[in-house]
Ligand binder design. Structure first.
Ligand SMILES: Nc1ncnc2c1ncn2[C@@H]1O[C@H](COP(=O)(O)OP(=O)(O)O)[C@@H](O)[C@H]1O
Ligand SMILES: [Mg+2]
Length: 289
């Protein structure tokens, strides 16, 4: 792991307007490093997607600051996204809505390749000659486990898993230093979920990027994440290496999430949801001892 974080989030607070305002993120801090897979888990409504939007610069936090490669992240303003921010890419839950239904798959992956070229030109950088990433959409498709000939297909002719592979290829073709997957496997059937999750982790890490993998399902996250952050009511209540969180959870909410994971029975797994009737502590569990 490199010593320089790609992302530093400090004391992020997000309030949505209302009476009273809704505090969706309540003082979240963390660093993300190149080449690691970090899982952000917690039940629906705990603030995961809000946090993801802050990290991409799509949403300005009410308080706190995000740095990207050591510079304060400039949130989306007039004129759109700053070119350097294309180094942060996202894959969303529903590839049906993030892929353009009217454009062939190959063209959409080419968009990602062009995005990388534009950013490099803007920053005065070039890819090194021994850079291993494909420069051709067909090669990207092969890399995500599809056929080179699929470049000519349209998204509607693909399965959900294939669409998510294409979305991953497009995002990684933009050569991000951070890939954020916001519930990227939640719409897939159980047998496909782990395969796509593994693929995202492997490819992101192989090109030196960090993958922030967001999910409500700890049982899938633990398959790919080096470390896990558990989010509850806008806060991170526990964080640590995956194996330790899995084998020795300390926060009552993490314990409840783990306890709610049913034993796989061949019929798939239910998403983990802690008992909604219980109010868990909001303090982060101490894992130093
Ligand atoms: N644009 C918005 N306006 C108002 N409230 C929102 C908005 N987006 C999300 N929320 C609320 O903020 C909280 C966190 O939402 P979200 O970040 O989507 O959580 P998650 O991704 O973990 O399900 C929820 O209570 C949700 O209803
Ligand atoms: Mg969400």
């Amino acid at each position: 792991m490199s010593a320089e974080p790609v992302i530093q989030a400090r004391d992020i607070v997000v309030e949505y307007p209302g009476h009273p305002p809704l505090r969706a993120v309540d003082g979240v801090s963390f660093d993300l490093y190149p080449g690691e897979v970090v899982g952000l888990v917690g039940e629906s409504g705990c603030g995961k997607s809000t946090m993801a939007r802050v990290l991409t610069g799509l949403l300005k936090p009410t308080a706190g600051e995000v740095s990207y490669l050591g510079q304060p992240l400039r949130p989306l303003g007039i004129g759109g996204r700053a070119p350097e921010l294309t180094g942060i890419q996202m894959v969303f839950q529903d590839p049906g809505s993030s892929l353009n239904p009217r454009r062939r798959v190959g063209k959409q992956i080419q968009d990602g390749i062009d995005t990388a070229a534009k950013r490099m030109a803007c920053l005065g950088q070039r890819l090194s000659r021994d850079d291993p990433a494909p420069i051709d959409p067909a090669e990207w498709l092969v890399r995500v486990g599809m056929q080179a000939s699929d470049v000519r297909r349209f998204p509607h002719s693909l399965s959900g898993g294939q669409r998510q592979r294409v979305a991953t290829a497009r995002a990684l073709a933009a050569r991000p230093s951070v890939l954020i997957g916001d519930e990227p496997i939640s719409a897939l059937d159980a047998s496909t979920q782990a395969k796509v999750a593994h693929l995202m982790g492997k490819l992101a890490v192989s090109q030196g990027a960090c993958l922030l993998f967001i999910s409500h399902d700890l049982s899938v996250v633990r398959l790919i994440a080096d470390r896990i952050m558990v989010m509850y009511r806008g806060r991170i209540v526990e964080r640590g290496p995956t194996a330790e969180i899995w084998s020795e959870p300390r926060h009552p909410y993490t314990k409840a999430l783990l306890g709610a994971i049913p034993v796989p029975d061949g019929a798939g797994k239910l998403p983990a949801v802690a008992d909604p009737g219980v109010a868990y502590p909001l303090e982060e569990a101490d894992r130093t001892g």
